[in-house]
Design a protein around this ligand. Sequence first.
Ligand SMILES: [Zn+2]
Length: 70
Amino acid sequence: MDSATRWKEMTKDLEYTEDFECPKCHKGVLHYTTIEPYPEGLDEQGRKNYRRMTIDQCGTCKAKFIRPYD
Ligand SMILES: [Zn+2]
């Protein structure tokens, strides 16, 4: 499975986390976050240089936000 497929697969089941104010509805302490997996075949140095993204989904209005993980 390549990383794009894996990323898509992962975002189907977003994990619940806390501590988030939705930029859209300004509510939604409930939200879901998924961290992008590293692409396959990256060595340790490649992983250090690769900026992963996360997807947050507001549990109130269901808006999704992509942001850098680090
Ligand atoms: Zn929201």
